[in-house]
Every structure is written in structure tokens, then in C-alpha cells.
Design a protein around this ligand. Structure first.
Ligand code: ADP
Ligand code: ZN
Ligand code: ZN
Length: 728
């Protein structure tokens, strides 16, 4: 017998091994440790066969069989295979994504003891009221009264204080124990929610009943403006299924998984919930995976990769902010979480709900084709009024750190009224370029076709493409002049300008630089929520998912670049961003304003967006995409190659083009990537377009097999990505 094993290497085939002598054959879906090259790899058994095209003498035996049973349910096994085929990816690159990191590394799949907190004998009679001044200790005591065994992994999720845990331990009132997690297989069917449940409005009720009445696979687009009560719809449909003993998978963007989101779900459903995001450590991930797989997790709430969680009683998938770019994995196995979730729902014959205030054009096209059902929430639920939109022409206008006088005037108005304001600029750092005033030299990164960004706080210049850094140059390398000026504005400069213009108000900046330390983002968000700061400056990070009820003014500073980008999705992203940030203004009882500054006040996209909102914009944008033969109408894949010399990368793509089958598949390229040189490598790419999915699939499969054998492919790093989201 021969064992066919999928290994996590980028080669499009399985690898054959001999069984271990005298041992039972491993089952399909079990992990095995195998010799590979000079080392060892953990792989997954795909099949056992009586024949093999490699002579048995050349094969090596397995080293260890790590699992007695399959680690993948039939549904997930099928999903992995479908995904591998769809994304033209080796099965061996897909399968590890379905397993927690610890299992990919070969650790045992059986549950490990976990740390828990409980009352000690002395602490049994504790009462939260005894801790009047020690609020954090009181919260822990109250939590232990509700859940007598508190998992240590829940401490940060519940925002409980570690110092308070220590204080209670020191007093001998609580203790930590280690024990085997109890893998329960169900949850109570009756419970009391601790949050306030509003009466649904008409549109919400219509959406809920459409989703509740769905049988088998159905994909719904819940298209609701920000604050229209989409989450309330999710919670209501979840309630019904949870009471029937079915579990739910909820996927949210990386940045949307805030403590508020988690506590909203917890308050509504005091049931076993596994939370999975990038901050969860490998031990917790493994424990969550085990719990969910045993059938004990009522809810799995997580980011992209949580989509692969095995849940035997899965009854529905919900994806919030389905348009969000973070659902796309940008390295290794480059899948789109939303699209794979739809595939999973289809394979498992369950409903899936995609929610957004700004649906992706892909999803809207599916609605138009009649594949998805469109549910609309057109009104803000509860309090909150529509915002006033201002389009500010900044041609010939004097700008102060990128702000027009009109913008500064509105800021003043809203600040004086005692409200918070938010300024949005999608460029971090102090300035995006350093210019020599005497000779015009712009300081470029040595390894990339890109200018250095100046970071004044850090006293460095940095290349945002390869990360290389050095001290801020004092002299021009070309002419020796010391007259060096910054060009353009980044968030750091904007923050300084605001401090100068509005010395009586406090500003906070939220971008990747200012929040790199653990906990600093939360601290800043708390400053905003408590009203300690009045001016919010930030990049994308600030735009998403946070609810700031006192913000009444939002300004967008530099949006023109998106209108002229080489990336055909840039306009869609700008429209989504605009609607999302506009949705941040005036959520509570106060009227809001949003101002957009542009040099292109006549641009049709901006007009359409202002006049008829996102829906009108999307309608036009879809027509344009159709005419240009682009996604979502045409199917797109991107072939990328990078090499030390430009001819190597370009040559490979040229040769690949020569092998292209006659007919349905078109190639545009090779052309230099928008950033031609990055980290010292030259990059070329080509677009592959076909009119339909089957056409793309059947033309690429045989072609890919051929180009994999090309000698020129060994001189460069190349990859083929389906449904690319970034053309950079
Ligand atoms: P979304 O997810 O669309 O942004 P949410 O579900 O978070 O909207 O709702 C926004 C706010 O409106 C929340 O504070 C929520 O409690 C409230 N809300 C939702 N539905 C209703 C309703 N039917 N009546 C009153 N308030 C509601
Ligand atoms: Zn110079
Ligand atoms: Zn660089």
C-alpha cells in the first residue's frame, strides 16, 4: 500500500510514502510526520492506494502517524478540496489553514489542561458589595458568582483586571486551578439576556422573517445604513437557531472585533462562545478548536480564519461588513474569507447572511443575478439623524497642513459647540516625501521605487514598502544643500497643526504608528469615549467599526488619489470609506456633518455618491465594470513574478503567455507592477480575464500545469492569485 500525503509546500501535487512496517494504515484526514528533503514535515493523509507512479524503491516510509482519527469533518474536507481547486492552490497549502497552528506543528490533538479561576473555600461567601472601593475586584467576584469556573483565557475578553485577580488571590479569596477542559456538547436552551432587547422596526422584522424562513442554502445581503440595526437582526435570527440547539459562526473584520462587540454578544447570549482573532494565543486557539469541534460552542465569533472552525451543529453563517478588505488573505494561500464562507454554507446547505452598509460590487452583482436575496434597512434605528454632506473645492485654496479655511471653520464651529470632531487622512507619518529646495531631489528608498516617508516623532525616514529606515537626512545627497523641505501631509503633521490651531482642545491620533504598542489602541479609544479628547485624527483604522456618539463632524482630507488610481477597485474603496466615516458623524441625538475636500469637485463619481448615496454610486460603478470587462462580471486572476533582474520576471510571464490556450482566456501584460522595484526585486504582472467562472477554471488548470514546468519560472518567485483585491 502507498500513502498519499498533502504537504505544506507550494508544489501542485501529493507526495507518496510507504506505511510504517507492522503498524496500521493511517486514515484519511489524519496527520503524519514524514521525511522531506533534508528535514521533516507534518502532512495530512489524503488517500491510501494500491498503486503508485513512483517506484516503491524510491519511496520512504512515514515517520509517525500523529492521529488515529481524521481531524477534518467531511464538510470541511470537501471545503478544502473545493477551495484548492477554485484558487488553483495545492491541497497541501490549503489544509493547514483548517487546523490550529499547534496542530500544524505536529502537537497532540487531544485536549490539554487549562487554567481556571474559582472561589477558594474561604471566598465562597464573598459578595461584590463588600468591595465598595475596589471596583475591579468586585467585578471579578460578581463574574465568579455567575460562572463559578472562569477560564483564564476569558479574563482579557471580559476586560477583568489582572492586578485585581492577584489582590483577591493574595487575600486567599480566589484560586487558580489547572484542569482538563470540559468539552460539553450542548448548551442550555433557555437563558436570560442581560441586555435591553429593542422591538424590531418593520424593515428589521421583514429581514428577520425572511432569514428565519430560509431552508437550506440561501445567501442574504443585509444592506443597511450604519446604525440601522443590522446587528440587532443578526442577534434575533441567532436567538431562534441557538434555542434549537444549532450553532452559529459569525465573522467580522479584524478591526471590528472590539470588546464592545464581544460583550454585546455575551450579554445577549450567556452561552459558550469561542472568540478567535489575531490576539488569541496558540494554546487558546487549540482549546477553542477542540471545544467547537466537540459541539460545545454555541457561537464562534472571529476574524477571517475562524471560517474554518469545525462546528458539527452549524446552522448559519453571518458575515458583518462583508465588503471589508481584511477578509482577503494576502499571503500564502490567498483566499477570500467571504467567498469561502459562501461556499461552506452551500456545501453544508445552510443560510448565510452578508451584512454591510456598503456592499461589495461582487455581492451586489450576485443580487442582480438573483443568486442572493436583498434585504434592506434604510433607516437608522433608534436615535441618530442623517448627516449633512459638504463637498469642498480646494483648487486655488490656501491649505494649512492639508486643511482648507472652510474645513478649519467647521472644526471650530463643532468644537465650540462642545462636540468631538474627526479628521481622516489615509497617510501615516509626518510627510510622504523629502524635497531638496535647491536641486529638486526627492529622497528615494534604495531598494524600492518609492519615496521615504518622514516620521518626525521617531526622527527617522522610512520606506513604507520595504520597511527600511534611517535618520532624517540633513543634506541633499545630490547637491549637498541643507535646504530640505517636506512635501505633503501625513497624520503626524496634521495632529501637530491641530494642536497649534486649537490649543484649548486635546487631540489623539490613531494610526499604525501611534497604536503599535499593545493596549495603546484601547487606551486611546477609551480617551475618546470618555470625552477626554475632542479631536480625533487617523487613518483607515479610525474609520472602521468604532462607535463614537459625540462625534458630529467628520472631514476627509486627501481623496483625489483614489479617483485616479491604477487599481480599478480604488473608487469602490473610496465610496465605502466615505459612507463608513460619514456614518460616524451624528449617531446620537446631535446632527452631523461630513466634509470632503477635493481638487475634482466635478468628478462624476463624487457627484453620484453625494447625490444618490452608495446605492447610486454602486449602480454606476457596476455599469462601468461591465463595460470595461472587469470583475465582478469578468473573472480575474493575476500572475505575478519577481526576480533580481527585470528580464527574468518579465521573461517568465512572456513565456507563460506563449503557452496560453486559444480562446476564452485573455492575458493583459506582462507589465511592470505599480511598484516596479520593491525590496530590491523587480516585479512584473499580468491580468488573466475570462468571461465566466467555468471558462477561467478550465483554461487555467491545464495552462498552470504547463507553466509550472517552465525553466524560466525557477529564476523568479511567481504566483497566480484568483480574485486579487490589490493589484499592487
Ligand atoms: P448596525 O449593526 O446596523 O450598525 P446596530 O444593530 O448596532 O446597527 O444598531 C444601532 C443602534 O440602534 C444600537 O444602539 C441598537 O441597540 C439600536 N437599535 C437597533 N434596532 C433598534 C430598534 N428596533 N429600536 C430601537 N433601537 C434599536
Ligand atoms: Zn539637492
Ligand atoms: Zn523600500
Amino acid at each position: 500500500m502507498f500513502i498519499q500525503v498533502a504537504l505544506p509546500v507550494p508544489l501542485p501535487r501529493l507526495f507518496s510514502y510507504l506505511p510504517i512496517e507492522g503498524a496500521a494504515l493511517p486514515v484519511k484526514g489524519a496527520r503524519v510526520l514524514v521525511p522531506f528533503g533534508q528535514g521533516q514535515q507534518v502532512g495530512v493523509v489524503v488517500a491510501t492506494s494500491a498503486e503508485c507512479d513512483v517506484p516503491a524503491a524510491k519511496l520512504k516510509p512515514l515517520l509517525t502517524v500523529l492521529d488515529q482519527q481524521s481531524l477534518l469533518s467531511p464538510a470541511l474536507w470537501q471545503l478544502a478540496n473545493t477551495a484548492a481547486r477554485y484558487y488553483f492552490s495545492p491541497l497541501g497549502m490549503v489544509l493547514p489553514q483548517l487546523l490550529p497552528v499547534k496542530l500544524r506543528k505536529g502537537e497532540s490533538a487531544s485536549p490539554m489542561p487549562q487554567k481556571y479561576w474559582q472561589f477558594s473555600d474561604r471566598g465562597q461567601d464573598c459578595d461584590p458589595n463588600d468591595f465598595k472601593r475596589a471596583v475591579q475586584q468586585a467585578r471579578i467576584v460578581a463574574q465568579l458568582q455567575r460562572t463559578p469556573l472562569l477560564a483564564d483565557s476569558d479574563i482579557s475578553l471580559l476586560e477583568l483586571s489582572r492586578p485585581a485577580l492577584k489582590a483577591l488571590t493574595d487575600k486567599g479569596l480566589i484560586e487558580a486551578i489547572e484542569q482538563q477542559p470540559q468539552l460539553t456538547q450542548s448548551w442550555p436552551q433557555q437563558w436570560e439576556s442581560t441586555d435591553h432587547i429593542p422591538t424590531l422596526n418593520k424593515e428589521q422584522a421583514v429581514a428577520v422573517s425572511a432569514i428565519n424562513n430560509a431552508e437550506g442554502f440561501n445567501c442574504f445581503l443585509l444592506d443597511g445604513v450604519t446604525g440601522s440595526g443590522k446587528t440587532e437582526v443578526y442577534l434575533t435570527v441567532m436567538d431562534k437557531l441557538l434555542r434549537q440547539g444549532q450553532s452559529i459562526l459569525v465573522l467580522v473584520p479584524e478591526i471590528g472585533l472590539t470588546p464592545q462587540t464581544i460583550s454585546r454578544f455575551r450579554a445577549r447570549f450567556p452561552l459558550a462562545m469561542e472568540v478567535l482573532h489575531s490576539g488569541v494565543n496558540d494554546n487558546q486557539r487549540l482549546a477553542s478548536w477542540q471545544h467547537a469541534r466537540a459541539g460545545g460552542a454555541a457561537i464562534v465569533l472571529g476574524t477571517r480564519s475562524a471560517l474554518f472552525t469545525d462546528m458539527p451543529k452549524l446552522g448559519m453563517i453571518i458575515i458583518d461588513e462583508e465588503h471589508d478588505a481584511s477578509f482577503k488573505q494576502q499571503e500564502g494561500f490567498r483566499y477570500h474569507g467571504r467567498d469561502l464562507a459562501v461556499m461552506r454554507a452551500q456545501l453544508q446547505s445552510i443560510p448565510i447572511v452578508l451584512g454591510s452598509a456598503t456592499p461589495s460590487l461582487e455581492t451586489l452583482a450576485n443580487v442582480k443575478r438573483g443568486r442572493y436575496r436583498h434585504l434592506k434597512l434604510s433607516q437608522r434605528a433608534g436615535k441618530g439623524r442623517p448627516v449633512k454632506q459638504l463637498l469642498q473645492d480646494i483648487r486655488t485654496c490656501h491649505l494649512d497642513a492639508g486643511m482648507s479655511p472652510a474645513m478649519i471653520e467647521r472644526l471650530k464651529h463643532h468644537l465650540h459647540a462642545g462636540n468631538q470632531v474627526m479628521l481622516f487622512l489615509n497617510r501615516r507619518g509626518f510627510a510622504p516625501a523629502l524635497l531638496c529646495h535647491e536641486c529638486g531631489h526627492l529622497h528615494e528608498c534604495n531598494n524600492c521605487d518609492a519615496f521615504y516617508t518622514i516620521h518626525q516623532g521617531a526622527n527617522m525616514v522610512q520606506c513604507h514598502h520595504c520597511g527600511s529606515m534611517r535618520g532624517i537626512p540633513r543634506q541633499c545627497p545630490d547637491c549637498g544643500s541643507t535646504q530640505l523641505f517636506t512635501r505633503g501631509v501625513g497624520t503626524e503633521q496634521l495632529e501637530q497643526a491641530l494642536a497649534r490651531l486649537f490649543p484649548d482642545y486635546k487631540a489623539v491620533r490613531i494610526d499604525r504608528d501611534s497604536t503599535s504598542r499593545k493596549g495603546s489602541l484601547d487606551a486611546k479609544l477609551e480617551q475618546i469615549r470618555s470625552g477626554e479628547v475632542q479631536i480625533l485624527v487617523g487613518t483607515q483604522m479610525l474609520a472602521k467599526g468604532h462607535h463614537f456618539p459625540d462625534v458630529t463632524f467628520v472631514g476627509l482630507l486627501d481623496v483625489d488619489s483614489a479617483l485616479f488610481s491604477a487599481d480599478f477597485r480604488a473608487a469602490e474603496r473610496l465610496a465605502q470609506l466615505y459612507i463608513q466615516v460619514a456614518g460616524r458623524a451624528g449617531r446620537a441625538s446631535k446632527a452631523g456633518e461630513v466634509m470632503l475636500q477635493t481638487h475634482q469637485p466635478e468628478h462624476p463619481l463624487l457627484h453620484q455618491l453625494m447625490a444618490s448615496g452608495y446605492a447610486g454610486f454602486a449602480e454606476d460603478a457596476l455599469t462601468e465594470r461591465g463595460l470595461a470587462q472587469l470583475p465582478p462580471f469578468w473573472q480575474l486572476a493575476l500572475l505575478r513574478a519577481e526576480a533580481t533582474y527585470p528580464e527574468q520576471a518579465k521573461g517568465f510571464i512572456q513565456q507563460a503567455k506563449g503557452l496560453l490556450p486559444e480562446g476564452e482566456l485573455q492575458m493583459i501584460g506582462p507589465m511592470p507592477s505599480p511598484l516596479e522595484r520593491k525590496a530590491g526585486k523587480y516585479r512584473f504582472q499580468a491580468l488573466l480575464l475570462a468571461p465566466t467562472r467555468p471558462a477561467l477554471q478550465r483554461s487555467i488548470e491545464p495552462w498552470l500545469e504547463q507553466i509550472t514546468k517552465l525553466e524560466s519560472g525557477r529564476k523568479c518567485r511567481w504566483q497566480l492569485e484568483r480574485d486579487p483585491q490589490d493589484l499592487l
